[in-house]
Unconditional design. Structure first.
Length: 457
């Protein structure tokens, strides 16, 4: 669920003589053109990690909620649901205390064995031997492990284990599918620990290579040399399918917070990443430009406007240095591909952790929207158009019995076309609730225009 694209600041300095416009306070009531199509009672299996895929081969997407121990990141429960909230299966023991997470989790839905049915893959951690864990603070790596990590493959329809294979012990942070062996299908794996190591793993579970360096949060992949195999980009470095480091820059004890491999409309590749600054590189590592932002963690690309082929949206989480509290705010930016700033919108106090997602809200052939969530405790999700206007407001919905404390729980949001009408729906989910919204405006695609049943003679 997670791919992030880097953007650039406007040419010149980031300072401006005029104060940035602040967004108006959003109403908690969903916009009239938005309909709540599901409000699912997650009982004790709610979570901040959600995957989407057809698990029971009925042609309809299903949902997978993932719980873990907060500090250790050990996965404790997987719950498969239909879009109506029916529990399809559950693996592990659910707990209302295990829905929170501060990191990614190594879980994906994919047809791993290419039999035409989706599987669920997740990593079972190796035993952390030392240092001893205090049971509270984040545990991100060990000095000593016992045994390997294990990739477990579950049958998507039943949740039963189909197979498993060993991984390097630290490789329990996240993984993605890639074509490292030239099979024409992304059936190999790139696995990593939190920030220090990354491995290429074949479909058969064999270690192909290991990269040691600053990996950042999540890699990006793409066949940038057109040899039929994927390269892996981690911001400060590009690694080819054989593990050869094509370029590597000094990370200076930093890591990338957002990266993307982009083939621009001119046909040329851009490698984009952000940490305390934003950088655009060529595949050989040459820097095309860099701009200064303090913390660009969520960056996305989309066609939000008509005046250029592609635009880039980003959130700077710390435009005011050192502030992460109830009064700290973030800044939402929109740029063109050359890094020229189109607009900026200051978010409300308490919104310092804001995150963004591109949404095909009006259909795949129409302009995209920008979904903004994590806007502060209890605040709704909002949608921006390419003009910088809030077009829709979507509040988290809960089962009626949820307490006021439950209703203040953290939640996330993603977009996916779960209804199959070529438009994305918006899923809002957290430890205490899960709901789905749809756009009820008329489709601009004339799907039934001049329809006729005349068969000819």
């Amino acid at each position: 669920m997670s791919h992030w694209l880097l953007v650039v600041l406007a040419m010149g300095t980031a300072a401006t003589a005029d104060p940035p416009p602040t967004e108006p306070a959003a109403d908690l009531t969903p916009t009239s053109s938005v309909r709540l199509i599901a409000n699912i009672d997650v009982k004790d299996f709610g979570a901040e990690t959600l995957r989407i895929g057809d698990l029971n081969a009925d042609g309809e997407p299903d949902l997978l909620l993932v719980q873990c121990v907060y500090g250790s990141r050990q996965i404790t429960c997987l719950t498969a649901l239909s879009l109506r909230g029916d529990v399809l299966w559950q693996s592990g023991q659910p707990s209302a205390d295990n829905g929170r997470i501060y990191s990614d989790l190594p879980v994906q839905i994919y047809d791993w064995d290419a039999d035409g049915h989706n599987d669920v893959l997740y990593v079972r951690q190796a035993k952390y031997v030392s240092p001893a864990w205090d049971g509270k603070s984040p545990r991100e790596r060990a000095d000593e492990y016992e045994g390997p990590a294990v990739m477990v493959v579950l049958d998507g329809e039943t949740g039963r284990e189909k197979s498993h294979f060993d991984l390097p012990a630290p490789a329990d942070d996240s993984f993605l599918f890639a074509d490292l062996t030239g099979q024409g299908r992304r059936q190999d794996l790139v696995v990593k620990d939190r920030y220090w190591n990354m491995w290429g793993i074949s479909h058969e579970g064999q270690e192909l290579w290991r990269y040691t360096g600053s990996t950042g949060h999540y890699p990006a992949i793409g066949d940038v040399d057109d040899d039929g195999r994927d390269e892996v980009f981690v911001g400060f470095a590009l690694v080819d399918d054989e593990g050869k480091v094509l370029f590597q820059k000094d990370a200076a004890d930093a890591h990338q917070d957002a990266c993307w491999i982009l083939r621009a409309p001119d046909g040329k590749w851009r490698l984009l990443f952000g940490n305390s600054g934003l950088h655009c590189l060529m595949p050989d590592g040459t820097e095309l430009w860099s701009r200064e932002l303090r913390e660009a963690q969520h960056v996305v690309a989309g066609r939000f406007r008509l005046d250029s082929a592609l635009q880039l949206a980003a959130v700077d989480r710390r435009p005011v240095p050192g502030r992460r509290n109830a009064s700290a705010w973030s800044m939402l930016y929109l740029y063109d591909l050359e890094g020229r700033e189109i607009w900026r919108r200051q978010q409300e106090p308490g919104s310092w952790a804001s995150a963004i997602v591109p949404v095909h809200w009006s259909g795949s052939s129409e302009l995209d929207s920008i979904l903004v969530y994590d806007r502060g405790t209890g605040r709704p999700v909002v949608l921006y158009n390419g003009q910088g206007e809030i077009t829709d407001t979507l509040a988290m919905q809960y089962a009626p019995y949820r307490t006021e404390t439950d209703r203040q729980a953290h939640f996330c949001a993603i977009a996916a076309d779960v209804w199959g009408d070529c438009r994305d729906e918006i899923l809002i989910f957290g430890p205490r609730g899960l709901c789905i919204y749809a756009n009820t405006r008329s489709l601009l695609v004339p799907t039934l225009y001049n329809e006729t049943l005349y068969p000819g003679m």
